[in-house]
Design a protein around this ligand. Structure first.
Ligand SMILES: Nc1ncnc2c1ncn2[C@@H]1O[C@H](COP(=O)(O)OP(=O)(O)O)[C@@H](O)[C@H]1O
Ligand SMILES: [Mg+2]
Length: 365
């Protein structure tokens, strides 16, 4: 304990990080603080700079400008092995000709730890990743998920200050990925280890991270708790990358209280969550699950016609053509029809509606 009983921050701090490869600016003036014990996910499409960011933390790349700190210590000038990091990368594979125990104990042996002490630590790690009694087998005898658990154990055994995970579950199939998400997250929380996860999978980011940083074009566009950025995206890109969204373009009409959208039969007013400067061009994002459906022509709301209906197990996804808006909208409803069926069928006339607070004004970025 220091000062007024607060724990010293041993988190990860990236300040003003910039990295170009020739004319390609891979990472642009990136600012990121991962607090002690926090897991932050860098989420974004392929090529947005996630791996480059992680490699600069790891020491495999040198930033053009900026600093990388763990706690108060500047680590930018340190070689990778002196940074006290644990790494699980997609392509950071196990040594095939060493047993599971030898793989896990490798870092400790390099650090000069005695055999007896190493064995104790390795056994602890085997427990942690639920591979008790599997220390003597070779990696090829393990499933993909088990191999990633060994990789995790190997990175954690050296007691790293920060854990770096680059698409760690990318090679696993969906059901295994989901259980591994719980497992890695549980372990990270139990150990209280500071972690930075890189993924292009929004579900993975949202289910594992305390905070998600959405990246595009080398920048962090928005960072926040998963529910926060999902419900309150600041930009069109975030709204569309994190889930699906219906985006409406228009201008603030009637003194700024509604979004006036040009439809084929004239102007249609959509509700706005809060008043906007009148006459301003705006984008409004409405999530598919926020739109309600009822059968029949609209009295209140918008009339539409079902042009697509897909059963997705836990919900039904609809495409609804709305003539007054001259476009189709995505609508998700809880699958409450008979087993395996959707509630509304193709061609059916429906009413769509949503509350003003269900829309979010977003920037064009
Ligand atoms: N070693 C490199 N040499 C040249 N360009 C690179 C190199 N590494 C990454 N890039 C480029 O930098 C950008 C970001 O890449 P990367 O960080 O791998 O993205 P992500 O991990 O988000 O898919 C891409 O345009 C990529 O082509
Ligand atoms: Mg990558």
């Amino acid at each position: 304990m220091t000062g007024a009983g607060r724990q010293a921050d041993t988190g990860l701090l990236l300040a003003g990080i910039h990295k170009s490869y020739g004319k390609v600016a891979a990472v642009r003036n990136l600012e990121l603080h991962v607090a002690t014990g926090e897991l932050v996910a860098l989420l974004g499409p392929s090529g947005c700079g996630k791996t480059t960011t992680l490699r600069m933390v790891a020491g495999f790349e040198t930033p053009d400008t900026g600093s990388v700190k763990i706690g108060a210590e500047e680590i930018s000038a340190l070689p990778p092995h002196k940074r006290r990091l644990g790494m699980v990368f997609q392509n950071y594979s196990l040594f095939p000709h060493r047993t599971v125990a030898e793989n896990i104990g490798f870092g400790l042996r390099m650090a000069g730890m005695s055999r007896a002490e190493r064995d104790g630590k390795v056994a602890e790690m085997l427990d942690l990743v639920q591979l008790q009694g599997r220390g003597d087998v070779y990696p090829s005898k393990l499933s993909g998920g088990q191999q990633q658990r060994v990789a995790l154990a190997r990175s954690l055994v050296v007691n790293p200050k920060v854990l770096l995970l680059d698409e760690p579950l990318g090679a696993l199939d969906k059901s295994l990925r989901e259980s591994m998400q719980f497992e890695i997250r549980g372990m990270q929380q139990r150990l209280g280890i500071t972690a930075l996860l890189v993924t292009h999978d929004q579900e993975e980011a949202m289910s594992m991270a305390d905070r998600v940083a959405v990246m595009n074009g080398g920048r962090i566009l928005q960072i926040g708790a998963p529910a926060d950025i999902y419900d309150r995206p600041k930009s069109r890109f975030v709204a569309e990358f994190l889930g699906t969204s219906n985006i409406f373009e228009g201008t603030a009409g009637e003194g700024g209280g509604v979004l006036a959208v040009a439809g084929p039969q004239g102007i249609v007013n959509l509700p706005l969550p809060e008043p906007q400067a009148a006459g301003q061009s705006l984008l409004l994002s409405v999530r598919p699950e926020r739109i309600s459906l009822a059968s029949g022509e609209a009295v209140k709301g918008f009339s539409g016609r079902i042009v697509g209906a897909v059963f997705r197990g836990n919900y039904a996804a609809y495409q609804v053509e709305v003539p007054s808006l001259g476009r189709e909208l995505f609508v998700y409803r809880q699958a409450d029809g008979p087993l395996g069926a959707t509630t509304y069928h193709l061609g059916q006339t429906v009413t769509l509606d949503w509350a003003p607070q269900d829309g979010v004004v977003v920037s064009a970025e």
